[in-house]
Ligand binder design. Structure first.
Ligand SMILES: [Mn+2]
Length: 440
């Protein structure tokens, strides 16, 4: 569906009232002209295809569409070169009317529908236009508009699937490039440089800051300074963006020396079994992602029980959340124009109306739990981690020791972390792993 078609669908499915969608704004580093790399708001891009900052789309109740664009200062051309004018941008997006972004406030009423911005600049701007305070935004935002947008963005059409496949294909090249230079003695940053090279050479952005670490047990490890030792496992969690901004999100755990030690191979196979169980569950018609999560956790628990790290009845252990000592995160999230697709819309993305996120440790990090529908794209990314601080905290109170053998766990406490992640498309019947197939 083209951008005009998407806007028409939104007009048909959103509540009555004018619909406002804001683009992202430049984020300054130390003064307004020195900016962080610009990243367009995914919803604005979804409905316009435009990468223009400080712009807005208004879809009026009667279907009239207006594109608001910031008029350039004539001297801007000296610094940035010629920029397309409002008419050219509107034509590109298939929108008939244009107006100056600076005048946007005059078009808004108490009945205009919008979602709360996540950028403070836009919060301040929107509040000023509406003559309210920023802390009133949250209560006045239209949750129903949000739900209508989620419904559209959650169901990917063939063009979007092609973009996702393209992003995953480039991500496969990135991982191969990283793997080619992986050897003991190198720094994580050496591997990062090789990982990024194919994306940079193709002028492609990253979907998120890549994780390249021998300390996989720190889930969002952000540094790249560790030296890689012979027995290390390197966790690479990365994704390229496609030309239209669709995100891949792939994780592989690689042995530094090309082969896992026996102990690590068993743990790796446990995570692989958990991923297989999760992916199989996505093929069950009408399944929920909650069931996908539980299927993977059950497989992981089974394997850890086999190793003597866990004990007791597997179903009971999983329902108590005992496995969360080893996998404290959820099985996956939606994927699309954002890596954590639509995360700014909160739990309306991943939880059906009337259902709520569990407060149990582990399940509280499950972003997506609802029934899976054809066209959904999501990740299945189980892991197994040995987080010494968490092990000590649980062991201090013998927490859930009917299911956890702490003496045995302590023998594995330096095993660090493993994660394996692929991107799955839900079909009318079954599911498929997107992309060209990446060794694991
Ligand atoms: Mn992910």
């Amino acid at each position: 569906m083209d951008h005009a078609g998407r806007r028409l669908r939104l007009r048909q499915t959103a509540p009555q009232g004018d619909i406002l969608i804001l683009s992202a704004s430049y984020v300054p580093r130390n003064y307004p002209a020195e900016i962080y790399p610009f990243h367009q708001d995914a919803t604005f891009r979804y409905f316009t295809g435009l990468k223009e900052p400080d712009a807005a789309l208004l879809i009026k109740d009667d279907g009239t569409e207006i594109l608001f664009v910031t008029e350039p200062d004539p001297d801007d051309v000296i610094w940035t070169g010629p920029v397309p004018g409002a008419d050219a941008l509107a034509a590109q997006a298939g929108i008939r009317n244009t107006a100056n972004y600076a005048d946007l406030g005059k078009y808004l009423t108490a009945h205009t529908l919008w979602i709360e911005p996540y950028d403070f600049r836009l919060k301040l701007r929107l509040a000023a236009w509406l003559s309210i305070t920023p802390d009133q935004l949250s209560a006045r935002a239209s949750r129903e508009l949000g739900r209508a947008i989620i419904e559209l963005r959650a169901h990917k059409d063939p063009d979007e699937i092609a973009e996702l496949n393209e992003a995953i294909t480039l991500t496969k090249r990135m991982i191969s490039s990283a793997q080619a230079v992986l050897e003991p003695g190198r720094l994580e940053s050496d591997i990062l440089a090789a990982l990024l090279a194919p994306a940079i050479a193709n002028e492609r952005d990253q979907a998120f800051n890549p994780i390249v670490t021998v300390h996989g047990e720190t889930l969002h490890n952000s540094g790249y300074s560790h030296r890689i030792e012979p027995d290390d496992m390197l966790v690479i969690d990365c994704g390229a963006e496609s030309p239209e901004g669709y995100c891949a999100d792939i994780t592989r755990t690689l042995p530094a020396s090309g082969i896992f030690s026996a102990k690590k191979q068993i743990l790796y196979d446990a995570v692989l079994a958990a991923q297989h169980a999760g992916i199989e569950q996505t093929k069950v018609p009408g399944t929920t992602q909650y069931e996908v999560h539980i299927a993977a956790c059950r497989a992981l628990t089974e394997a850890l029980k086999h190793l003597g790290l866990m004990r007791g009845n597997v179903d009971d252990a999983v329902s108590c959340g005992a496995h969360a000592l080893f996998m404290p995160h959820g099985i996956g999230h939606m994927l699309g124009l954002d890596a954590h697709d639509m995360e700014n819309y909160g739990d309306d993305v991943g939880y059906a109306p009337g259902t709520q996120r569990s407060k149990q440790f582990g399940l509280d990090a499950l972003r997506l739990a609802r029934k899976l529908e054809p066209g959904f794209v999501l990740t299945v990314e189980p892991g197994c981690y040995f987080i010494p601080e968490l092990i000590d905290r649980w062991a201090a109170t013998n927490h859930l020791s009917e299911f956890i053998n702490y003496d045995m766990v302590n023998k594995y406490r330096d095993m660090r972390g493993i994660r394996i992640e692929d991107d799955i498309l839900i079909l009318a019947s079954g599911s498929i792993v997107l992309g060209p197939g990446i060794d694991k």
